[in-house]
Design a protein around this ligand. Structure first.
Ligand SMILES: Cc1cc2nc3c(=O)[nH]c(=O)nc-3n(C[C@H](O)[C@H](O)[C@H](O)COP(=O)(O)OP(=O)(O)OC[C@H]3O[C@@H](n4cnc5c(N)ncnc54)[C@H](O)[C@@H]3O)c2cc1C
Length: 297
């Protein structure tokens, strides 16, 4: 029996096509559910046919290894409707891109997420990662989410979700279908200024011309991972087609047709160098997916 959904079903797509770092092996089944019903249908199909599944947003914090992903990858990208529910609550499908969400709320004169304008992920991915930049974090404005867990949709309110630096306990609770944010009314020009400022800073400090997954490591307490790596002289270090960015040392870029193996070997190299020379154990911010599971390296 074939899977029938309203959204798209694709077979044999390289992970490099759907991740911002542009590496990774074949994905046997890639699906884009159009709505909640599609998600149910996919999960039911996987259960009956004995497939695993992995949920992703826009793949901007993800590295798939070069090994084939033999089951289903479910991308939320097509679930991206947005609407205002109540005076200061904005709700959107988990797959809406943050820049679209920011554009919408800012246009309506609401503040709270405008500095996140340049983060290329989805709203669902941003909640899982507690994405943040230039003084704003998604956890600060999170109001509630609808999460599909073991066949039931549950509403998860703010008091049930704990956010910390680049993480939240909603990770692993299930598939985030919809997210609501509570924002404050503010002057539109001030919001616009902050957006422009955030864009400018990002352009000056990040290697946006190459494939990457954003920051590779979390900042250790009271320190900057990028600064530590830079101080050890590792900017520009290359393994195969992967390079520690010369612009921002916490970015590893896909300089020239890197494999996931090149990227991961360079991550390990940097982590080992930092540990052996400073005794600081860097923790990954990016998620690495191998044989259908997130792994630690
Ligand atoms: C150039 C660049 C700049 C970046 N700058 C920043 C920055 O300034 N600040 C920052 O915080 N991050 C930054 N990032 C990292 C990344 O964009 C964020 O972590 C983003 O929130 C990830 O969203 P995503 O949709 O791409 O998630 P993905 O990479 O697709 O997935 C990330 C994790 O979330 C899970 N997930 C995604 N969607 C769902 C869902 N609907 N339900 C359940 N689980 C889900 C996945 O399983 C995975 O564990 C940057 C990345 C790039 C490439």
């Amino acid at each position: 029996m074939k899977l029938k959904i309203k959204g798209k079903v694709k077979e044999n797509i390289p992970a490099s096509y759907i991740t911002s770092i542009r590496v990774g092996g074949n994905i046997r089944h890639l699906v884009y559910p159009a709505d909640e019903e599609d998600v149910y249908t996919i999960l039911d199909f996987c259960k009956r046919k004995g497939f695993n599944h992995y949920i992703m947003g826009n793949g901007t914090n993800l590295i798939f290894t070069d090994t084939e992903f033999a089951s289903f990858v479910i991308s939320t990208r097509a679930m991206n409707d947005i609407k205002q529910e109540g005076d200061d609550i904005f709700c959107a499908g988990g797959g809406i891109l943050l820049p679209e969400m920011v554009a919408h709320t800012s246009r309506n004169g609401f503040t709270g997420i405008e500095s996140l304008i340049g983060i290329p992920g989805t709203l669902g991915g941003a909640v899982v990662m507690n994405a943040g930049s230039y003084g704003q974090e998604i956890g600060d404005v999170f109001y509630s989410a609808s999460v599909l867990k073991e066949g039931n949709i549950i509403s998860v309110s703010k008091d049930k979700v704990k956010f910390w630096y680049r993480g939240a306990n909603i990770d692993g609770m299930g598939i985030i279908l919809k997210v609501c944010l509570r924002l404050d009314k503010a002057d539109r020009n001030t919001i616009k200024k902050r957006m422009i400022e955030a864009f400018k800073k990002r352009k000056q400090t990040q290697p946006l011309g190459y494939g990457s997954a954003g920051c590779i490591f979390k900042n250790p307490p009271n320190a900057s991972a990028g600064r530590i790596i830079e101080d050890l002289g590792l900017k520009g270090k290359k393994i195969g087609g992967a390079e520690v960015s010369k612009i921002h040392a916490n970015f590893i870029i896909n300089k020239s047709n890197a494999s996931a193996g090149d990227i991961i070997t360079l991550i390990k190299f940097v982590k080992d160098e930092v540990y052996s020379r400073t005794n600081i154990l860097l923790e990954l911010e990016v998620k690495i997916v191998d044989k259908e599971k997130e792994i630690q390296i």
